[in-house]
Design a binder for this molecule. Structure first.
Ligand SMILES: [Zn+2]
Length: 127
C-alpha cells in the first residue's frame, strides 16, 4: 500500500511539468488551468488505471493456488494416493478453511462440481 502511495505521489509530480508549461505559455488564467487539467486528465486517466486498476487485479485473478501432498489419505474416499487441494482461484478462496486433500478421482469430481457453480481452474481448462 505504501509503495502504491509513493507511486501516486510520483504520478502527481508528473502533472507538474504539464501545469507549469501551460501556465508558462498561456498564463495563470482560469482557461489555461482548465486546458492544463484537460491535458493531464488525458494522460493520467491511463496512468491511474495502471496504478490502481485493471492490470494488477487481472493479474491476481489469474493466480491459482494449490496445495499438494505427496502421499496421504483422501479426505473423501480414504484411498492412499498423492493428494491435492485447490486453495484459491479467481472466485474461490478456501485459504482460511480446514484443509481437505483429495485423491485425483475425488478431485476430478470436486472440480466438476465447482465448474457447475461457475468456478473455473486452469487445470480444467488445460484438459
Ligand atoms: Zn478420493
Amino acid at each position: 500500500m505504501l509503495k502504491r502511495f509513493f507511486l501516486y505521489v510520483f504520478r502527481w509530480q508528473l502533472s507538474t511539468p504539464i501545469l507549469w508549461l501551460v501556465v508558462h505559455k498561456l498564463g495563470v488564467g482560469l482557461s489555461a488551468t482548465i486546458i492544463a487539467n484537460l491535458i493531464g486528465a488525458g494522460i493520467f486517466f491511463w496512468v491511474d488505471i495502471f496504478i490502481f486498476g485493471g492490470r494488477k487485479s487481472k493479474k491476481s485473478e489469474g493466480i491459482e493456488l494449490w496445495h499438494l501432498k505427496e502421499d496421504g489419505r483422501c479426505g473423501a474416499c480414504g484411498k492412499k494416493d498423492s493428494l491435492w487441494r485447490l486453495v484459491k482461484t479467481a472466485n474461490y478462496d478456501r485459504s482460511g478453511s480446514k484443509a481437505v486433500f483429495l485423491c485425483p478421482d475425488c478431485s476430478r469430481e470436486k472440480l466438476a462440481e465447482l465448474k457447475n457453480k461457475g468456478i473455473e481452474t486452469a487445470y480444467q481448462q488445460a484438459r
